[in-house]
Ligand binder design. Structure first.
Ligand SMILES: [Zn+2]
Ligand SMILES: [Zn+2]
Length: 485
């Protein structure tokens, strides 16, 4: 069957094998998507249809309140046997302790695991169900990130984030009535994670041009259509309009399917994600409380979209770039990685030793290709790179941060993160492209200054807005007092 992203609804992507013009066959193991108002009441029917006998329901304090209690009541009424486990930790961290705890509580009579929650619960249930060779459903309590349908389970092990091999859920369930009641910072994080696709798709095209990496225009189209549908309605998010919340969740699920189709996270994650991963690691090492994935990705997207646009105004000196490439000193670079990556440096160093992202021969070869395709690359950026101001506006409107400073990240850490985030993966993105051209260091420094200033202004504007809101409230209460008096 042929992929037709323009006319497909979510369900059309399931139970099919698509022969694609890109030369590959696309398929997802995800079997069911239940995304509608009142979906919670259809869960018993879904469980019966798929032939399960006993369910292990997993939640935490917050997700149990948001949906777990209601879901369990509905299962009881429907006569479906289940065992429920609710984590008492708040916040729950998806680490070796939580994973072990879950394994110890598991009832082996259960043939289905039903996670109620978002990122953390999803990763834990994905991991455990894969280890136990069971299927799992995820009942989403907030449209906060696009990992619902990803293959890997991201867990924290010894303060390091490690992605374990796992599987996609058999079913994703989103009750729009429940999703619309999620905390606004979680909804904003989901919107930001989707907006990150703007830069990630540019990275994918860039990689295709420069390194010849596999690229599928149809999968790109799938993600772009979902992105556009969400952006067309983004102004209604603050009102928690159900159709809009559904569009956000749909985009998150569709990006997950796009990842399944390609077999890795390329259609969903570019250097805006790498910057976010870098900050996440720093937070872990410093023992700071985690920030929502999408919140960090949103700020990363603001930075990367600015840098795409700035590149268009930069001149390129290929001779100077080649000279810089030749001066790469692995020993010196490793010392720098130890400084910026701390306990995670070894992984980054091993990756470079095996992949040689920065080795002069490879860089010079890429420089030749870049030179030959520069007008095409510039045109791609011109037409596809997003306007960072517009992204900032959406985030500010939703009360989400737009600058690293708002997360307590210093100017120098911001500069470091732009310079070295690309080292976490061997994936060609704008950051490696700028490094190849010898422009990354100066652009990181320039941006760290400007972003910090801009972010402060944005934060200032928000405080002013909040203060104005308070004044309005005060004025209203004054009026009320006057009336009642
Ligand atoms: Zn394809
Ligand atoms: Zn993401």
């Amino acid at each position: 069957m042929k992929l037709k992203p323009e006319s497909f609804a979510l369900q059309d992507y399931l139970h099919q094998t698509f022969t694609c013009g890109c030369g590959r066959i696309h398929h997802t193991d995800l079997e069911r998507i239940l995304l509608e108002a009142g979906a919670v009441r259809k869960v018993p029917q879904l469980i019966r249809e798929l032939g399960y006998r006993k369910v292990f329901v997993v939640s935490d304090q917050n997700t149990r309140r948001a949906a777990g209690e209601q879901l369990e009541r509905i299962l009881t009424e429907a006569g479906i046997p289940f065992v429920s486990y609710c984590f008492s930790q708040d916040p729950l961290v998806p680490d070796e302790h939580a994973a072990g705890e879950l394994l110890m509580r598991f009832d082996h009579e259960c043939d289905l695991i039903l996670g109620v929650g978002t990122g953390t619960i999803n990763d834990l249930c994905k991991f455990m169900s894969y280890q136990l060779d069971r299927n799992y459903f995820i009942f989403a309590t907030a449209p906060s990130m696009d990992g619902f349908v990803s293959i890997g389970a991201a867990l924290i092990d010894g303060n390091m984030k490690v992605t374990h091999e796992a599987h996609v859920p058999q079913a994703v369930i989103g009750d729009v009535d429940i999703l619309a009641q999620a905390p606004m910072d979680m909804i904003a994080a989901g919107v930001a994670d989707v907006m990150g696709k703007y830069t990630c798709l540019c990275d994918w095209r860039l990689a295709h041009t420069v390194t010849g990496e596999y690229f599928c225009p149809e999968v790109e189209k799938m993600v772009r259509i979902a992105l556009k549908r969400m952006m067309d309605q983004v102004k209604y998010i603050k009102t928690r309009d159900p159709a809009t919340i559904e569009a956000v969740m749909e985009a998150l699920i569709l990006t997950g399917i796009a990842m399944s189709f390609v077999g890795n996270s390329r259609p969903a994650s570019g250097c805006e994600h790498h910057i976010s991963h870098y900050w996440e690691m720093m937070f872990l090492f410093e023992g700071r409380q985690a920030v929502l994935h999408g919140t960090k990705v949103g700020i990363g997207t603001v930075i990367v979209s600015r840098m795409y646009r700035q590149f268009l105004r930069k001149g390129v000196d290929y001779q100077e770039a080649e000279r810089k490439a030749d001066t790469f000193d692995l020993k010196e670079w490793e010392e720098e990685m130890k400084r910026v990556y701390g306990p995670a440096a070894q992984g980054v160093i091993s990756l470079e030793r095996s992949e040689g992202k920065n080795f002069p021969e490879g860089v010079k070869l890429r420089l030749k290709t870049i030179r030959g395709h520069m007008s095409e690359i510039r045109q791609m950026i011109e037409t596809l790179a997003p306007d960072s101001e517009a992204i900032q506006e959406v985030l500010i409107e939703l009360g989400a941060p737009v600058s690293p400073a708002q997360l307590g990240i210093s100017r120098d850490t911001t500069a470091d993160s732009i310079k070295v985030a690309k080292e976490v993966r061997n994936r060609y993105t704008l950051l490696q492209f700028l490094w190849d051209l010898g422009l990354l260091e100066e652009m990181a420094e320039e941006n760290a200054d400007e972003i910090m200033d801009g972010g402060m202004e944005a934060a200032g504007a928000r405080e002013a807005q909040a203060a104005a809101g308070e004044r309005k409230e005060a004025a209203a209460s004054v009026q009320k007092t006057e009336l009642s008096a």
